[in-house]
Every structure is written in C-alpha cells, then in structure tokens.
Write a protein that binds this ligand. Sequence first.
Ligand SMILES: Nc1ncnc2c1ncn2[C@@H]1O[C@H](COP(=O)(O)OP(=O)(O)O)[C@@H](O)[C@H]1O
Ligand SMILES: N[C@@H](CCOP(=O)(O)O)C(=O)O
Length: 317
Amino acid sequence: MSVFTPLARPELETFLAPYGLGRLLDFQGIAAGSENTNFFISMEQGEFVLTLVERGPVQEMPFFIDLLDVLHEADLPVPYALRTIDGVALRELKGKPALLQPRLAGKHIKQANAQHCAQVGELQAHLHLATQGEHMIKRKTDRGLDWMLEEGTEFLSHLSDEPRALLQKALEEITQQKEKILALPRANIHADLFRDNAMFEGTHLTGLIDFYNACSGPMLYDVAIALNDWCSDDDGLIDGPRARAFLGAYAALRPFTAAEAELWPTMLRVACVRFWLSRLIAAESFAGQDVLIHDPKEFEQRLAQRQTVNTPLPFAL
Ligand SMILES: Nc1ncnc2c1ncn2[C@@H]1O[C@H](COP(=O)(O)OP(=O)(O)O)[C@@H](O)[C@H]1O
Ligand SMILES: N[C@@H](CCOP(=O)(O)O)C(=O)O
C-alpha cells in the first residue's frame, strides 16, 4: 500500500482547521497510487483528497497549482488546490508539501470501451485547447526525450537480446526524429493519462486526476500516451474500434496536423519507451518494498506491437 507518511487524527485536525470546512468526520489512507501519499478526507462541508508530495519535482508545485487553476477556470473537471481562509494553497505537513483538493466522484474503470475512450479523447482535446499558445504554462518534463536516451542507454546492458534490440532500435529512432518531435504543436499536457488517472460514474467521465507528470510538450505525445493505455488489448495490440473512437472525438475538437499524422507511429513508440523505462526503474528502486509497481513487460510488449501501426491519425488533406 502506498501510504508513505501515516497521519494521526490530531495533526490532521490542526492541518485542516485553516480551510474552514467544519469538523473532520473521517479519513482514510488510499492504497492506490505509487508516487505520493493520499488520504480521503470527510469534512462537515464535503469530501476531499489530501496529497502529501513524496517525491518528484517538489519545487515545481506552483506550476501544478497554477495549471489546475487554469483548467478549473476553463470548467474542466479536474481537482485543484483549495485555499485556506488566508488564501494559502501550498502547505506543509510532516515536512512534505501538502495540498487539499475536492474529491471527484466516481471510480477508475479497468475495461474501457469505445464510449469511455471517446470521452477521454474529447476531454484531452479540451485540456489542450485551454492551454495552447499564450495560455501554455512552460514546464520542461523531467522524463523527456533526453531522459529516455540517457536512461535507455543505461538499461541496454540490463536486458536480454530481444528486448535490448527492441530498445536500441527505439532509441535510434528517438535520436533521428527528436527535432521533428519537438517542433510539433504544443500545449500543457497531462503526460500520464492512464485509466487509473480518470474517474467514471457508470459510463460518464467525471474527471482527470494526478497531474504530477504534467508539463508543456507536444500534444501528440499526450494522445499517444493515453491511447497506448486506453486502447490496447491484452496482447498489447491497438484495438481499432476504441482507438478510432478516441482519435475521432479528439480530432473533432482539435484536428491533427500533417506533421502530427506523419509522426504518429513514431510517437506511439516513444510513449511506450517512456513508460517501459520508468517501470524498469521503479521495479529496481522499489524491489521488495510495499509499493505499487506496474509491470514493465506490458510496455515492452506494446512497443514490439507498435513496430507497424495500422491505426492512422484521422487527418483531412
Ligand atoms: N481528487 C481526487 N478525487 C478522487 N479520488 C482521488 C483524487 N485524487 C486522488 N484520488 C484517489 O487516489 C488514488 C491515488 O491518486 P494518484 O494521484 O493517482 O496517486 P499517485 O500520484 O501516488 O499515483 C487514485 O487512484 C484515486 O482513487
Ligand atoms: N501511469 C504510470 C505511472 C506513473 O508514471 P511515473 O513516471 O510518474 O512513475 C504507469 O502506469 O507506469
């Protein structure tokens, strides 16, 4: 279970008092999640989630707070940092940066269908449209192309022949296509829009959570990351109907460009490399600990399946 920092009721009550949300009724550590410590918090005035930031770009918390404010003001269903009565958003608890956010209704779905995928594609397009151009808040990801090349090269010697050849080929492609990828249309991107970062009530998408990988970057990269998770079957193949539903709903709001259509197969592979590597690293660094670790093999398999891509981007000439 990923509650890295346990909390006792009195220290939580002291922390929550300045929000003016009434008495603390109940709280519960959340087992899901792998990066931060999260608690469901029931107050007299509603349901909230408290996050203690355990690792990652702690000094960049103002970026995440600002981005979620922009998305919230654009009426998109995302959590955002609640302010204390004195207007403070970013606080500290047990020496960790701490945020209190509204709790979104619903739960994660395991089996996505075309209807789920269309809603996620649509919401992702809204997220990009709200943060394009002068609205984009700059933040360089710490897991970008240079990181992939560096960590990937490091990992080659840890792998057996077949995965090593697969990774080597992908790293060469990243080196060759890097400039073109970086020139694609940009916005703020979620960069981790997996099923476990979206909430559904029945078939209705109630919102997106966990923006701690968000950054400024190519919108197509965000699409590829999401599609690899939402539209893959158990063998790692792209499921045509789900992928077309996702891409069609997205493109109806933000049509893809010719450059994006050309780089689509590359981008699907880059998005596989990103999570294959981060999972390999997590599996090594958290081995034997009580932390949720996702299977790296899943992305090795997806990368192998994306050597040919039969689902083109819907793109009108
Ligand atoms: N604002 C929220 N509303 C509802 N549930 C949330 C919210 N934030 C987090 N959660 C719950 O907490 C879990 C872990 O949150 P997440 O941000 O994904 O953690 P981590 O950063 O550790 O991966 C989610 O799977 C979800 O169930
Ligand atoms: N969704 C990811 C986990 C989050 O990525 P990280 O880079 O923040 O560890 C996955 O399923 O691997």
